[in-house]
Design a protein around this ligand. Structure first.
Ligand SMILES: [Mn+2]
Length: 324
């Protein structure tokens, strides 16, 4: 943790200590890092202040229902006075969805994130792009707050870090990641229980959607690129939800010839969510930037507002260009 980040953290902690009405929100379509981070920090603030408000922005995927502190995530009224809003793992304010309304009413915003594309929308911006997960930053933050990291908080942080580093195999995994996780294990968390919940609890609906999706896998550029599109019809046929597409894009990436893996999800007729992963060479955040999205070098996303076939053509074209 470098000095300026340390100073920013102290400033943020001062702000937390003097604020009465603190709100935290997840982002839209929250992932493990986001949910783990908001719960860990939420629980820590609750210990410190006696209360905290965590706004439910979107449904929490069932993978994460085992997490302690989940009952803290609730629906809230925008009407109230908010002196402090804290965003976690969100590269820009629009990513907060409904949370944006709360953020724009707040006196002060603390923005804690690890995305290179973060646009510093907060009053205090604690951005550490060298961190594998926002959960790593939150770990340091809670320690600085002087709140004891107990099993519940540690379980949420482990989940945040494990999911964002692909179980500690992605290139964003650093020695710091392992030092932090070593500390979490030392606290006595049940990592087998966490791992079974996160990685060994695939539902039958998700499994069927997975099989259906793989049957539609297409390759381009001599197998260097693999792409799958998941339509609303496929979700209906398999009685699956959007969150059940989890794992498809990494499966494509894991094929030996593939450098870039792409998943297109039909949210609505004219709204296609794109997830892209790469292995060694291609910076996929640059591809997603062209469609006003963002993320990291090896994992990024964007939304294309057109029908799925058009979206597929557009993204294919953009990916092919990066290989030239
Ligand atoms: Mn993250």
């Amino acid at each position: 943790m470098n000095n300026s980040l340390g100073n920013l953290m102290e400033e943020a902690i001062k702000l937390i200590k003097k604020s009465d009405n603190i709100y935290i929100a997840s982002h839209v379509q929250p992932d493990g890092d986001n949910i783990g981070s908001i719960l860990a920090l939420g629980m820590a603030i609750k210990r410190l202040k006696g209360k905290v408000n965590i706004i439910k922005v979107d449904d929490i995927p069932s993978d994460y229902h085992f997490l302690p502190g989940l009952e803290l995530i609730r629906e809230h009224d925008v009407g109230q006075y908010i002196d402090l809003f804290i965003a976690l793992d969100s590269s820009d304010i629009d990513r907060l969805g409904l949370g944006k309304e709360f953020a724009s009413k707040a006196d002060k915003i603390i923005n804690i994130d690890h995305h290179v594309t973060n646009d510093n929308f907060g009053h205090i911006n604690i951005i550490s792009t060298s961190s594998g997960a926002t959960g790593e930053i939150v770990y340091e933050f809670i320690k600085k707050m002087g709140v004891k990291i107990d099993k519940d908080i540690a379980t949420c942080l482990y989940t945040a870090i494990s999911t964002d580093t692909g179980s500690f195999i992605y290139s964003n995994t650093s020695y710091k990641t392992h030092l932090i996780v070593a500390e979490l294990l030392k606290i006595g968390i049940d990592n087998n229980h966490i791992n079974v919940n996160l990685y060994q609890s695939r539902s039958m609906e998700r499994t069927k959607l997975f099989i259906d999706s793989l049957n539609r896998l297409e390759f381009f550029l001599d197998g260097k690129m693999g792409i799958i599109t998941v339509t609303q019809e496929m979700l209906r046929d398999n009685n699956a939800k959007l969150e059940d597409t989890e794992g498809i894009v990494s499966f494509i990436r894991d094929i030996d010839s593939v450098e870039v893996a792409c998943l297109l999800k039909e949210i609505d007729k004219n709204e296609i969510k794109v997830s892209i992963r790469s292995k060694k060479e291609i910076d996929v955040s640059k591809i997603c930037n062209k469609f006003d999205g963002g993320g990291h070098m090896r994992a990024a996303g964007c939304t294309i507002y057109s029908e799925i076939d058009t979206a597929k053509e557009l993204i294919l074209e953009e990916i092919k260009m990066t290989f030239r």
